[in-house]
Design a binder for this molecule. Structure first.
Ligand code: B12
Length: 301
């Protein structure tokens, strides 16, 4: 089995990946700092997601990412850009069309402790804003926008594959972008942010009518619904639909958070379970608050 296809590693492999002794890893596993399972022969094995969780939470540096099956991150082991220059590097990787470079770079940021919200609000947004200016200079460069979106989706999905799978009993969230909104990254990003908090997040993606969210609420019973509104052809209609959705969701102890470039334009009215956020950091804070308060959002007052 090659390192890229397996999901369990031995204490020795984790030790080599982060440059510590095997006995340290075994001790941390026995202390519970690293979650490990036992084989039928009694040997400790560490799921990759748990190895990644340990690396991020303990601030360990990965010196051999290929052992974790994250070969794309190898060029960035000792070569992360200076703080503040991440967006610039990402922009160059996206414009070049570098899939492995983008994946490796964003996964390296994640391994080094960046949260998905920090990655999306920071370098990814910064780079995409610049990508969005290219068509004004050269309309034929519109393909670069499409390609940059696909490459970003691949990188965010890779990060998601390194996050612990939430328990079946975990809180649930569901969301998407409304009808007429083609934007893939924001809603995918929201699901990644929520997934990184241990929430079972179901991303319905772009072009999701509010009516479809209503069905999903009934079927899945989420505590959180997110709506990423990047485009709103009929803002008043969308606002009314969202308010109605929030009112129905309230009866199910479910809160609705709306974000995206158009969110502020919707001028949402005040409801106890309806919230407008500007960033993934705000989504993260909102979800943390909700989880900490047993599913009910603490009022802003
Ligand atoms: C990629 C892209 C496209 C792709 C989309 C591919 C796809 N399927 O996803 C394509 C090529 C299809 C496209 C089409 C168009 N696009 Co376009 N596009 C972009 C681009 C470059 C990136 C968008 C993106 O994914 N951003 C990444 C995400 C993470 O960022 P975000 O949406 O800003 O989200 C942040 C916050 O809003 C918030 N957030 C988002 N969702 C949520 C949800 C919750 C719950 C919370 C709390 C927060 C939150 O957090 C995020 C991170 O901070 C932007 C540039 C830009 N400045 O945004 C232009 C941009 C949005 N597009 C623009 C335009 C004009 C168009 C087109 C009209 C023409 C064109 N340029 O091709 C069409 C119209 C499409 C339509 N049907 O309406 C303009 C919009 C200008 C305006 N004033 O509205 C922009 C700003 C580019 C520009 N500078 O001109 N586009």
């Amino acid at each position: 089995m090659t390192p890229t296809t397996r999901s369990l590693i031995s204490p020795r492999e984790l030790a080599e990946a982060i440059g510590v002794s095997e006995s340290s890893i075994k001790r941390w596993a026995d202390d519970g700092a690293v979650r490990a399972v036992r084989t039928s022969g009694g040997h400790r094995r560490i799921p990759i997601e748990d190895a990644v969780h340990f690396i991020r939470s303990s601030g360990q540096k990965v010196c051999r990412p290929e052992i974790l099956g994250i070969d794309d991150a190898m060029p960035f082991t000792d070569a992360l850009p200076a703080h503040g220059e991440e967006g610039d590097l990402l922009y160059r990787l996206l414009v070049e069309g570098s899939e492995s470079g983008t994946r490796g770079f964003l996964v390296s940021l994640f391994l080094s402790g960046w949260t998905p919200a920090q990655i999306i609000d920071g370098p990814l947004s910064e780079a995409m804003v610049r990508v969005g200016e290219l068509w004004k200079i050269d309309p034929s460069a519109i393909y670069v926008e499409h390609r940059a979106t696909d490459i970003s989706v691949q990188a965010l999905s890779r990060i998601r594959s390194l996050i612990r799978i939430p328990l079946a009993s975990a809180r649930r969230a569901v969301g998407g972008a409304p009808s007429g909104d083609p934007y893939i990254i924001p809603s995918l990003g929201a699901s990644l942010v929520l997934g990184s908090l241990g929430i079972r997040a179901t991303n319905l993606g772009p072009e999701t009518p509010v009516e479809t969210l209503r069905h999903a609420i009934a079927e899945l019973g989420p505590q959180i619904v997110w709506i990423s509104a990047g485009v709103a052809a009929e803002p008043v209609k969308l606002r009314d639909e969202i308010v109605q959705l929030a009112d129905e969701a309230a009866a199910r102890e479910c809160s609705v958070i709306v974000g995206g470039r158009m969110a502020q334009m919707l001028a949402l009215p005040t409801r106890p379970n309806l919230y407008a956020g500007r960033s993934m950091a705000e989504l993260e804070a909102f979800a943390r608050g909700l989880v900490a308060n047993g599913g009910h959002r603490v009022s802003d007052s």
